[in-house]
Design a protein around this ligand. Structure first.
Ligand SMILES: NC(=O)c1ccc[n+]([C@@H]2O[C@H](COP(=O)([O-])OP(=O)(O)OC[C@H]3O[C@@H](n4cnc5c(N)ncnc54)[C@H](OP(=O)(O)O)[C@@H]3O)[C@@H](O)[C@H]2O)c1
Length: 409
């Protein structure tokens, strides 16, 4: 049993989201409280600058220097801590060595990747080592996929209490959302588009709703998937595709698979955006579908991608302003139906902009839970989802300390 000097290390603390997270941890956990933590990255000068910007003197918050490709340095870092949060992305480019080292050294790990193909690769390559060492690896602890994964968990608990059975059909609909996105997020998307355009097998795998489920897990249920404007009678509104659904649906299906099909063997789940009623709703849903398609096409084609990167989108390290983060929010609606036809509706909301202000708080709470409260409890070693790793323990903390709400409506 190791006796590390830190409970938690934030690796990538100087990234756009890492800086918000570091400030959140400093404000909520202090530097001399119950949580012993440190910040890490590849540049000591940048880390020291971040510490200064928080008004902390040297010695108040330890700095750990490690490059994402330097395995010996990552190994030293992991040996000095119980848990690591990583915000170093694109994860498919830089994240693999740290997951490998965490899995080998029994160090708990969480991140905010939304790169499904990379998560799949990590599970394939490192799950055996994580099971052996006891490391709990939890991807997708940001806006993708915490609110979806925990929202479904919450709805299913409520359904079991009320109806004695889970909902076999669940829909998540984004009612309202305001936020921006950072250069790091766009860089991750671009990297996926580049990998997928050179790899037909990856494109095929990405279309599989069970792509993150354990090998051999293949329910004979056709999963719904909103790909264009359509009318949704359960919400009496037109809906359009939701860009994050390709990540969230895979995580929610993995949660069902890892929990021995707690949501049912025939569980169906999809996500979309609510666009309103009548002709106006239909026009808005069609417009959004076309806009999304155009954006994906522009990202896939090198000349338009160059123009987007050069003139339109934020560069790595940049993202929504402090004011935009403060004024952001989201409101997600869940609809569930049991096999007997009972219906339940729930709502999950978050303050701050989803991908940054809210994401940093969710990720921080997940990391602290892993490092302190789950240190000698919780799931055993392996690759877990937010719902299966943290489950009921995390929801009240997100409500009390991260600006989220979960309620039946
Ligand atoms: N799931 C969600 O809801 C969600 C939300 C937001 C972001 N994200 C993801 O989170 C990641 C971070 O986003 P961001 O906008 O904060 O990114 P960013 O500002 O571009 O930061 C990237 C970070 O990676 C570090 N880095 C790059 N190469 C490295 C290396 N070789 N060794 C050590 N560190 C290295 C950079 O270090 P320097 O500071 O030294 O340059 C920087 O701290 C992205 O993958 C993004 O897709 C997900």
């Amino acid at each position: 049993m190791k006796t590390p000097s830190h409970d938690l290390i934030v690796f990538g603390a100087t990234s756009f989201v890492g800086q918000i997270l570091t400030r959140y941890l400093a404000e909520n956990f202090g530097t001399h409280g119950r949580l012993k933590w440190a910040i890490a990255g590849r540049s000591e000068a940048k880390l020291a600058g971040l510490r200064n910007s928080l008004g902390l003197a040297a010695g108040k918050l330890p700095l750990v220097v490690a490059d994402a490709a330097d395995e010996p340095a990552l190994r030293r870092m992991c040996k000095s801590t119980r848990a690591v949060i990583s915000t170093v992305g694109p994860y498919a480019l830089y994240g693999g060595p740290l997951v490998k080292v965490c899995a080998e050294t029994g160090t708990d790990y969480c991140d905010l990747t939304g790169e499904v193909h990379w998560i799949r690769r990590m599970i394939h390559e490192h799950e055996a080592a994580a099971r052996k060492s006891g490391a709990r690896i939890v991807h997708c602890c940001g806006f993708d996929s915490m609110p979806s994964d925990l929202g479904v968990l919450f709805l299913q608990q409520q359904a079991r209490e009320r109806f004695g059975q889970p909902c076999v059909e669940v829909k998540m609909r984004v009612k309202a959302m305001r936020g921006g996105f950072s250069g790091g997020t766009y860089a991750s998307m671009v990297n996926f588009v580049k990998e997928a355009s050179a790899n037909p097998a990856l494109r095929k795998e990405s279309a599989n709703p069970y792509s993150l489920c354990p090998p051999g897990y293949a329910p004979k249920v056709r999963q719904p998937n909103v790909k264009s404007a359509e009318y949704d009678p359960d919400f009496d509104a037109w809906v359009a595709p939701f860009i994050m659904s390709a990540v969230n649906t895979r995580i929610v299906q993995r949660s069902n698979a890892l929990s021995k099909q707690a949501y049912g063997a025939d569980f169906r789940y999809d996500e979309a955006m609510l666009m309103g009623r009548g002709l106006q709703g239909r026009a808005a849903a069609t417009g959004l579908t076309l806009g999304l398609g155009g954006f994906m096409l522009a990202t896939a084609l090198p000349p338009t991608r160059w123009a987007l990167e050069r003139f339109v989108l934020p560069a790595p390290g940049e993202g929504p302003s402090a004011e935009a983060q403060r004024n952001g929010f989201y409101d997600l609606r869940f609809f569930g139906k049991t096999a007997d036809g009972d219906v339940l509706r729930a709502k999950v909301t978050g303050d701050r902009d989803p991908g940054y202000g809210s994401t940093a708080k969710m990720l921080g709470q997940a990391g602290v839970l892993l490092a302190l409260d789950l240190a000698d409890a919780g799931p055993k070693g392996g690759f877990w989802t937010p719902a299966t790793a943290f489950g009921e323990r995390l929801i009240p903390r997100l409500v009390a300390h991260a600006g989220l709400t979960f309620e039946v409506i």
